[in-house]
Design a protein around this ligand. Structure first.
Ligand code: FES
Length: 84
């Protein structure tokens, strides 16, 4: 389950599905938009194949910086995202 709103991508945390993980999906390599790949349990960039884990950390280059993450929680049917 994935909701894109502006520059924030929110997914259910694969390690704890009661939690949400939110991050900026702009690849830190050249700025393409990554998307969540369920089979690989990672964010994959379509441009040069960088991979990030659910915490935004780099698993595979060429990107070398993590994706910025946000704090997100579910309240009823509303996803609240806190910047920073
Ligand atoms: Fe994402 Fe190059 S822009 S890997």
């Amino acid at each position: 389950q994935q909701v894109a709103a502006g520059k924030v991508l929110v997914i259910r945390d694969p390690k704890d599905t009661s939690k949400l993980a939110a991050l900026n999906p702009t690849c830190t390599h050249r700025g393409c938009t990554v998307s969540w790949n369920k089979d690989q349990s990672s964010f994959v960039c379509p441009c040069h194949g960088s991979k990030f884990n659910s915490d935004g950390k780099v698993v595979n280059g060429p990107a070398d910086k993590p994706l910025p993450t946000y704090t997100a929680k579910l309240e009823g049917n509303t996803v609240l995202v806190k910047a920073g």
